[in-house]
Ligand binder design. Structure first.
Ligand SMILES: CCCCCCCCCCCCCCCCCCCCCC(=O)SCCNC(=O)CCNC(=O)[C@H](O)C(C)(C)COP(=O)(O)OP(=O)(O)OC[C@H]1O[C@@H](n2cnc3c(N)ncnc32)[C@H](O)[C@@H]1OP(=O)(O)O
Ligand SMILES: Cc1cc2nc3c(=O)[nH]c(=O)nc-3n(C[C@H](O)[C@H](O)[C@H](O)COP(=O)(O)OP(=O)(O)OC[C@H]3O[C@@H](n4cnc5c(N)ncnc54)[C@H](O)[C@@H]3O)c2cc1C
Length: 666
């Protein structure tokens, strides 16, 4: 094997760590056994020939990009499918996949099968009867069929109750007739829908004997299994080029009186009997189950995206030298600039905070899911409320921080070969999909307003809302990490009480609840954000205290420095709230700022170690700037040479246009 030549600056950085990188990797992976599993899977995938692109995706046309993505998806998912067949529970599978990012070695812009795994299979699991599962899950797991989740329509994404696609039951033939009555009722957006899937779960409005019974899921065959032609009555196509997700084959779908048998309605929660009798679900929101599952997944996914982005930006910042602050001294590594550390170290800490919160959220999800299996629904609203805070906060923070990582790489960060712009595209999509962020914060606000009325009635509050029973009196400032975390709860109490007051005031002025809600909605989303931040901070702190107990003291110290950095960063970001609701003074704020700078100095020697511990192989980073060896300039040049424009020294446009133009002939 040829020894890898490592950039000297990076080599020096790697001699400075004061913790064990492998120990941190194991910690982030949820245990060493999962590190091993992840690495084995990565190796298996990377051993497959033809999976990695010779020509970068971005030089392909829209059509070629899709075709190349499908070619790779087939090779890639065959391996994944074998892994998923191994005999482990969903809970175990989740842990094993927690930091699985190998797909980003294969696709920079997501995959045409991602909806099959992230939504189609989970919907069958969550919405189908045992009998339906036995049939459909087997086919889906074997990838005999490829599916997607078709909910959003041209006219409605957010407002599910406004969906127009009709599923009318015909008791004569025991069939549902699917119909798209308007242009706005066309399904629009589902990934894989355009040319990849041959089946999908369609969310449609159920009509029985002329009466509407709300939205229900239906398993629908879209294409002939042999020829892949759209079936008669199905209108399918692709929605066109997007900011990102260009491998994902998002499509549109309309129905012209398309008939499906009765047993194609997924009937775990609600059933339509042969004679058209409807047995309604115990809770109509059970139909929204897949969305909750994906919202939970997203927090973990954002932690992974951030980890990748910051690995690239920190390694690049260690090899990049710029400016000359001290005369006659060499140009410093840009990582030594405090402003650069301010951009990057919070990104490392945020990734940890999201990992820890995602682990915590997964446990809640699995417990609630077990309860649902036993017919117990009482913890579902809380899970929904938490997901409606953490999904928006994690996606919007990730979007901001990936952009910050890109800016931290200067001009080179603007190159697609850095992979940072594509990661931005993936993160910002998540602010919209699976429930637009503002809309979800407003859902969480409903739960908070309800909780407030429970408090007013003097009844106990449960779980993540229990702290809302605390006093609304101004808080004495105390700068210990534990106290600041607690103060974020106090800020949330004040914001919730303020939002409820605003809402009530508008109602008292004569507005309807709906109009008052609309007028108070900026305060309401701010209250939800504050509640979400309070959860994020307290879970990060308390879980880290718990989980680091068994770690070496050196690693524990580094991890707790990041917790402190995160807490102080947010205290400074939200200083206006602290000034409003606590006794914090200008002197306290200056002290916090100094402490924040001091922490960055402590973290600085470990910066490269911290990102190395994310343990992303170069293929996964897929970036000219972030490779382990730090040869950023060489790779930028290698990538530039892949540009199709560099194939010939003179482009034909010279003869066709430039020359005649310069000679005044054009
Ligand atoms: C295991 C293996 C692991 C490995 C797995 C494999 C790994 C794969 C790799 C993974 C990588 C990860 C990345 C994935 C990539 C994905 C790609 C992109 C996918 C993008 C897909 C999409 O983008 S797909 C469409 C999503 N489209 C929405 O997301 C619509 C939002 N819109 C709403 O969601 C509703 O429209 C909205 C607003 C609630 C109002 O709904 P509405 O009008 O019916 O309700 P109202 O407002 O009237 O009422 C509200 C009352 O309902 C209660 N409630 C409402 N929802 C509830 C719920 N879910 N559960 C319980 N309760 C609920 C609430 O708590 C209120 O309760 P209360 O009344 O007591 O206050
Ligand atoms: C990359 C990508 C992939 C997707 N994949 C799928 C898929 O596989 N399957 C699928 O079914 N769908 C998919 N979607 C669709 C996605 O779920 C919707 O776009 C999303 O739910 C937002 O709905 P919308 O587009 O109707 O936005 P709108 O609801 O129209 O939002 C527009 C604006 O209106 C505001 N707004 C809307 N309602 C309210 C309200 N009640 N109060 C205050 N403000 C409001 C929003 O905050 C936003 O600012 C995908 C979308 C994207 C971008």
């Amino acid at each position: 094997m040829v020894a890898m030549k490592i950039n000297e600056d990076l080599q020096k950085e790697r001699s400075k760590y004061n913790f064990d990188v492998e120990e941190l990797t194991n910690f982030l992976d949820w245990g060493p056994q999962y590190t091993l599993r992840r690495r084995n899977l990565e190796q298996k995938v990377l051993n497959v020939k033809g999976l990695l692109d010779d020509i970068p995706e971005e030089y392909l046309s829209h059509k070629e990009k899709y075709e190349n993505a499908v070619r790779k998806a087939v090779l890639y998912y065959r391996i994944l499918q074998k892994e998923n067949h191994s005999n482990i529970s969903d809970e175990e599978k989740t842990r094993a996949n927690f930091r699985n990012m190998i797909s980003s070695a294969v696709f920079r812009d997501n995959s045409p099968f991602s909806l099959h795994y992230s939504m189609f299979i989970p919907t069958i699991k969550g919405q189908a009867t045992e009998e339906q599962k036995a049939y459909w899950l087997k086919r889906a797991n074997n990838m005999e069929i490829i599916g997607t989740y078709a909910q959003t329509e041209l006219g409605h994404g957010t407002f599910i109750r406004g969906l127009e696609t009709q599923a009318t039951y015909d008791p004569e033939t025991e069939e549902f007739i699917l119909y798209s009555p308007t242009l706005s009722s066309y399904k629009w957006w589902p990934g894989s829908l355009a040319h990849t899937s041959n089946y999908c779960v369609v969310m449609a409005r159920l009509f029985i004997k002329g009466k509407s019974h709300g939205i229900h899921p239906f398993m629908v065959q879209l294409r002939d299994e042999e020829t892949h032609m759209p079936l008669p009555g199905i209108k399918l196509g692709e929605i066109g080029a997007k900011l990102g997700f260009n491998n994902v084959n998002n499509g549109f779908l309309g129905f012209e009186n398309y008939r499906i048998p009765r047993d194609r309605m997924l009937m775990k929660n609600a059933q339509v009997l042969k004679d058209g009798t409807l047995i309604a679900a115990t809770n109509s929101k059970l139909t929204y189950g897949t969305m909750v599952f994906v919202r939970v997944l997203i927090v973990n996914n954002m932690a992974n995206l951030l980890a990748k982005a910051v690995t690239i930006a920190v390694r690049y910042s260690a090899v990049r030298r710029q400016s000359q602050p001290k005369p006659n001294e060499p140009e410093p590594q840009i990582l030594d600039y405090i402003t650069q550390q301010h951009k990057l170290f919070i990104t490392i800490a945020t990734s940890h905070a999201f990992y820890i919160n995602a682990m915590w959220l997964w446990e809640i999800y699995f417990n609630v899911n077990k309860d649902l299996g036993a017919g117990k629904l009482e913890n579902l609203p809380e899970l929904h409320a938490i997901a409606c805070c953490l999904k928006p906060i994690s996606t919007s923070d990730t979007t901001v921080l990936i952009e910050r990582c890109r800016l931290a790489c200067g001009g080179h960060g603007y190159m697609l070969s850095s992979n940072l712009p594509q990661m931005y595209g993936l993160a910002t999509a998540a602010c919209t999909y699976e429930g637009e962020n503002t809309v979800l914060l407003l859902q969480a606000a409903r739960a908070l307003v309800k909780a407030w009325s429970v408090r007013v009635e003097g009844k106990p509050l449960k779980g993540t809302m229990a702290y809302l029973a605390g006093t609304t009196a101004p808080k004495k400032w105390d700068s210990s990490v534990d106290s600041i975390v607690k103060i974020f709860q106090d800020v949330a109490i004040r914001k919730v009480s303020g939002a409820v007051e605003t809402l009530k005031d508008y109602q008292k002025s004569g507005l309807s609840l709906e109009d008052a809600w609309n007028k108070a909605s900026v305060c309401l989303t701010a209250a939800s954000e504050a509640h979400g931040r309070a959860i994020l901070l307290s879970v990060y702190k308390s879980e880290m205290d718990k989980r680091t107990a068994s770690l070496s003291s050196s690693l524990k110290k580094v991890l707790l420095q990041l917790v402190e950095l995160y807490v102080i960063y947010w205290a400074l970001e939200k200083v206006s709230d602290l000034l409003l609701y606590t006794s914090i003074t200008e002197k306290d704020i200056t002290e916090l700022q100094r402490r924040y700078i001091g922490l960055m100095e402590k973290i600085r020697p470990n910066a490269v170690g911290l990102v190395d511990a994310f343990d992303f192989r170069d293929e996964i980073l897929n970036s000219a700037l972030g490779a382990y060896d730090g040869r950023a300039y060489e790779r930028l040049m290698e990538e530039a040479m892949k540009s199709p424009l560099n194939v010939e020294p003179v482009n034909e446009t010279f003869h066709k246009y430039l020359k005649p133009f310069m000679l005044g002939k054009l």
